[in-house]
Design a protein around this ligand. Structure first.
Ligand SMILES: Cc1ncc(COP(=O)(O)O)c(C=O)c1O
Length: 391
């Protein structure tokens, strides 16, 4: 592995949400806190990305940018190389972040009171994205057999009868599933049958471990392609979330036209100059770095799995098939969700995402971000072990 991810880079006092917002978010302060919550990584991006940003910074003029065509070509080329998806550059529309993209899509394709299906436990901004846009949340809860999550297709069909849209999380945050082709085909078939449009949030699509394959929803069939919008970004892949890159990829001309109308109505234009340069550099030069990152993350996922099994057998780590997020079942301890949160903050001095925030089915679970050096992960898990043993 030519890129090392073992270096600890100080992030405190860099206006960083993960490390610098603990007082406002969690009401805790102190240098002994270890944050392993919000989903960015503690790694620097590929060298080429930093060089492109430095070039831009030292040029010193930050006026309106051009070059969107080259940017979209870099995106298209990435989708072809990494995901076998042949897109026309005209299908790509840039937007400021995936959450904004998903919410703007909900706004575009629903009217007040429409039902929108989500699959909890799931990335919680989906809930406000639906409700703040005047729609009704329809929960198609994932099934958990104690080891692995699957889709409850009978319930899904029931919910789709009342729905206008489905927001799919693929791969799934926080349960770490990389949906199989068969699962996606079945889900897509039901959506087509009931005339439900799919917003497929594939922000984690590059972060998939060996033995699993990500399938872009739109590649499954021409019919699905015409009934969906794929949202993605290099922000998880290359740790660029603060630059807010995102794209909606829309094969259907009619859906594209409607979404672009919303963007114009909101005055949303092109990405900023740093975002353009960084993403282009990442997609054009970042592949060797990503291949090394995947090896490291998979190593972290395995380390976490073994550590929990051997040192904290009271908990159960759901096997991550991708992403840099682990989902731990703490329900056997019988703690109320708030008590679990307090135990972690006060005893372990560890900041994790609490499962209940991910909606029904998340209570009693925690999400651990393992996008960090292995020694930091070991520290976090040791803290967790001590806190659990203290019960
Ligand atoms: C499924 C999913 N969608 C969207 C986002 C955030 O996207 P953005 O920062 O581009 O708004 C995240 C971040 O964790 C995520 O997990």
């Amino acid at each position: 592995m030519s890129h090392s991810f073992d270096t600890i880079i100080e992030r405190r006092n860099t206006a960083c949400l993960k490390w610098d917002a603990l007082a406002s978010r969690y009401g805790v302060t102190g240098d002994d806190l270890l944050p392993m919550w919000v989903a960015d990584m503690d790694f620097r991006p590929p060298e080429a990305v930093m060089e492109a940003m430095v070039r831009r910074a030292t040029h010193g003029i930050y006026g309106y940018p051009a070059g969107l065509e080259a940017y979209h070509q870099a995106v298209g080329s990435w989708l072809r190389r990494r995901h076998g998806w042949e897109v026309q550059t005209d299908w790509i529309t840039s937007a400021p972040g995936v959450v904004a993209t998903v919410n703007l899509l909900i706004r575009t394709f629903t009217t007040r009171g429409d039902g929108v299906v989500v699959q909890p436990p799931v990335y919680y901004p989906f809930f406000s994205g639906v409700e703040e846009n005047g729609c009704r949340l329809l929960y198609n809860r994932l099934r958990f057999d104690g080891e692995r999550y699957t889709i409850d297709f009978e319930d899904l069909e029931e919910k789709l009868r009342q729905a206008k849209l489905l927001v799919l999380c693929s791969p799934h945050n926080p349960v770490g599933r990389v949906w199989t082709r068969e699962e996606l085909l079945r889900l897509g078939g039901l959506c087509v049958k009931h005339g439900v449009l799919v917003i497929s949030d594939e922000i984690h699509f590059d972060l998939v471990f060996s033995g699993h394959t990500h399938t872009v929803f739109a590649t499954l069939s021409e019919e699905f392609a015409q009934h969906c919008i794929v949202c993605t970004s290099p922000s998880k892949t290359f740790n660029l979330a603060g630059l807010k890159p995102a794209m909606a990829i829309i094969p259907s001309e009619r859906l594209r036209r409607d979404f672009r109308h919303t963007l114009r109505a909101c005055g949303i234009g092109n990405p900023n100059v740093f975002c353009l340069d960084a993403v282009k550099a990442a997609y054009e030069c970042g592949e060797p770095w990503l291949n090394d990152l995947l090896g490291y993350l998979e190593g972290n996922a395995g380390f976490l799995q073994r550590f929990v099994a051997e040192e904290i057998p009271q908990l159960c780590a759901v096997r991550s098939e991708g992403t840099f997020l682990a989902w731990l079942d703490c329900t056997s301890r019988g703690l109320a969700p708030k008590a679990l949160e307090q135990l972690l903050l006060t005893k372990a001095r560890l900041v994790l995402n609490q499962g209940y925030t991910f909606g029904p089915g998340g209570e009693g679970f925690v999400r651990v971000n393992f996008g960090c050096p292995r020694t930091v992960l070991e520290d976090g898990l040791s803290r967790l072990a001590r806190a659990v043993r203290s019960l």
